[in-house]
Design a protein around this ligand. Sequence first.
Ligand SMILES: [Zn+2]
Length: 368
Amino acid sequence: MSPDKIDEDELRRYIEYLQSKLATEGVADLFNCENVKEWANGKVNSLEDFLSQYPSEVAASLKNTLINDINGFTPRTQFDIPFARYVFQPILDNVAAIAQQLGYRLRLPLRIENSTDVSITPASRPSQDNHLIFAGVGTSSFCNAWAKVYAAIFMEIVLGPKIKSLKYRGNKQLDSVESGTLGLAAKLCAYYATYSTLLFFGEIIEPSENNEIRLQLLSAMETFVIAHEYAHCFLDENTPVVQSNADREKEIELENKCDLIAFRICCSYGEAVKNVPAISGAGAILFFNSLALSERVHNILFEKDHRSESGHPDPVKRIEYLVSLSKEKAIAAKNLDIVEPYLNDVLSICQRLNTFISDLFKLYQSQK
Ligand SMILES: [Zn+2]
């Protein structure tokens, strides 16, 4: 056996060990590759119906993924299922290529593995030999569901469907958001507050005209999230002392640095593909807003502080930081007059949702 093979086997065992530690209780069956293949093959029967909601090229690629790619998938570990690598590997490849151009080059290999934690956050494990990022269905289900909510709101009230360039079509009617969309947001919050995942929430049907903006929001969110984990690996290589310091202030400083690098990567990505939510940081802001909302509902329903259980900084503070980064960048690019009203609208959406959802759950709690 070659030395490389031994290393790979060792790494595989280490990944498997971490996946067993990360695993959310009670969902082990979900990460059985044979079960996933069985599910996918069962889905084939109802495939035409299922795919009819997508544009034809998306439908064709999904069909291909479900039938061929999933059946041909070879798991690396006993917890490996196709989704993590199919969804996040292309995003990571993109992030790594942009990061290199921006000067954030990694010396060590980085790979993405399936996360068995079905909550929102992926995790990175930088090390002296290999960096690992664990991401999976917990993150993608959260981003997918909330991208549908915000896409519906964007389509209804503020920016309309032509959100391809930084041209701003100011049309503020924030009070006109449909109750169905707000109701969906409230359900997502209640579900996440209760189960700490959106994985089993169920299908959310959306009108096909929302697809374009939804996909922009989704890729802006997921690119930011993966870029943040990439930044942890980069900073670990370059300032290892920060990573090992358990002091809370240092921890927040490190998270801010990762958010800064992720914001820069996300902007470059957005500029390349003309994705305004990525360029402006709006995708990341809306992602953190969804997290903040879910935590607030958790605190109202269960009368305890969710924040104290979590290692990451307050998402509200992360939103403020991202807004300041986005404005700084717009000032440098001399387009603050366009970016600022756009960001203000995004923040108004957050505010409106926050007020609606807080009032709703406080009322519910008071009438119990
Ligand atoms: Zn982090």
